[in-house]
Design a protein around this ligand. Structure first.
Ligand code: PLP
Length: 390
């Protein structure tokens, strides 16, 4: 192997940051088989358990029967299929926006939308803990990146007072992916109005989970109409794959003409579009309400038990429960010890989170059983004591 690549790998390993993937057999359900062992899955974003819901699977199979397996090309090349259009109409109705545009993934959405909106001479105000795909989009855009302290809208206000020129964009996760807290959306909306800026919210972890009928964090905070771009993903609570931007008709037209990840990539296949469409419909039903209620009860139970045991859990209420450990090595040791006890939870290290804030990121699913969660809490506490974390 090339020596410089070997050296780079060695340097990642020495810093305790080498990553690899684990083989999971079967479906992304509450319990999975990991290397032949039955374990409790506490690190999936399949929050409502829809990834193996029969309604999504049968919609997907029927779409393959009717439309085949591929979209064949980018939509600007071989056309929009009926399912793209149906899904976009359903998303716009769900999000109460004028229009919507589907992207191939959340990463493709963020890295396509932001450079379509801003470029050289413009400014992007971005929360310091925003998802990497947002940062990638900003870097691609060539706009000036100004980062504000996490959820600190007063800091943002001061920075906007000083630096807002050209076209300004405020961008934030709705629910922060590694911290599980919710952005101060009402304050962001006020700042956007004061400075005539655009506001973009990435609701990858709020869509389907928060707000009435799962419409997301902006709906929960009553600011849906202030958010110019509500981006969300189908691959998490919605149990499918891909992403959307809920926007005005003008913005949709601009994205079709400017978002390179939309223009230069083969569009999503029928099976995926149909599963997403079934999920958007399902989350708005009584069954969706029941799943959200269950998920919320699990989140309250799990957070309160671990906080009471003395773990460092940043304030929050959502289904993403971070247990901050600090050292990357200790975090991975904790994660390995948990797996040996039948609990699969991912250790999260830099560069995904800032240095010194490595953590276990537990994610809950509506389909977890109360008994399994109680047992997991016991294992986490026992190992936490043994490793001196609590
Ligand atoms: C906040 C946030 N935005 C965007 C993405 C990317 O979405 P996708 O996995 O669909 O590419 C993720 C996670 O993957 C995320 O957590």
């Amino acid at each position: 192997m090339n020596r410089s690549i070997q050296n780079e790998l060695e340097s990642i390993r020495e810093r305790g940051l080498l990553r690899s993937t684990r083989l999971i057999s079967g479906r992304q359900t509450a319990r999975v088989s990991c290397n032949g062992r039955d374990v409790l899955l506490l690190c999936s974003n399949n929050y409502l358990g829809l990834a193996d819901h029969p309604a999504l699977a049968s919609a997907s199979l029927a779409a393959i029967e009717q439309y085949g397996t591929s979209s064949g090309a980018s939509r600007l090349v071989s056309g929009t299929m009926e399912l793209h259009e149906q899904l976009e109409r359903a998303v716009a109705a769900f999000k109460k926006s004028e229009a919507a545009l589907v992207f191939n993934s959340g990463h493709a959405a963020n890295s396509g939308i932001i450079p379509a909106l801003v470029g050289r001479g413009d400014v992007v105000f971005s929360d310091r803990l925003n998802h990497a795909s947002i940062v990638d989009g900003i870097l691609l855009s060539g706009a000036r990146l100004i980062r504000y302290r996490h959820n600190d809208y007063q800091h943002l206000a001061a920075l906007m007072e000083k630096h807002a020129t050209g076209r300004s964009l405020i961008v934030s996760d709705g629910v922060f992916s590694m911290d599980g807290d919710i952005a101060p959306l009402a304050e962001l909306a006020t700042l956007k109005r004061t400075h005539g800026a655009l506001l973009m919210i990435d609701d990858a972890h709020g869509c389907g989970v928060l707000g009435v009928q799962g419409r997301g964090s902006a709906e929960l905070r009553g600011v849906g109409s202030d958010v110019d771009i509500q981006m969300g993903t189908f691959g998490k609570a919605l149990g499918s794959f891909g992403a959307y931007a809920a926007v005005s008709a003008d913005l949709r037209a601009l994205l079709i003409n400017r978002a390179r990840s939309f223009i230069f990539s083969t569009s999503l296949p029928p099976s995926v579009l149909a599963a997403s469409l079934a999920a958007v419909e399902l989350v708005q039903t009584g069954e969706g309400d029941e799943l959200r209620k269950q998920l919320s009860a699990h989140a309250i139970f799990f957070r309160s038990r671990l906080a009471a045991a003395g773990f460092n859990i940043p304030a929050g209420t959502t289904q993403i429960v971070p247990v901050v450990i600090g050292s990357a090595e200790l975090t991975m040791q904790f994660s390995e010890a948990l797996l040996a006890e039948g609990v699969f939870a991912q250790g999260i290290r830099p560069p995904t989170v800032p240095n010194g804030t490595s953590r276990l990121r537990f994610t809950l699913m509506a389909t977890h059983s109360q008994t399994d969660l109680a047992r997991a809490v016991e294992s986490i506490c026992t190992i936490g004591h043994r490793l001196g974390v609590i």
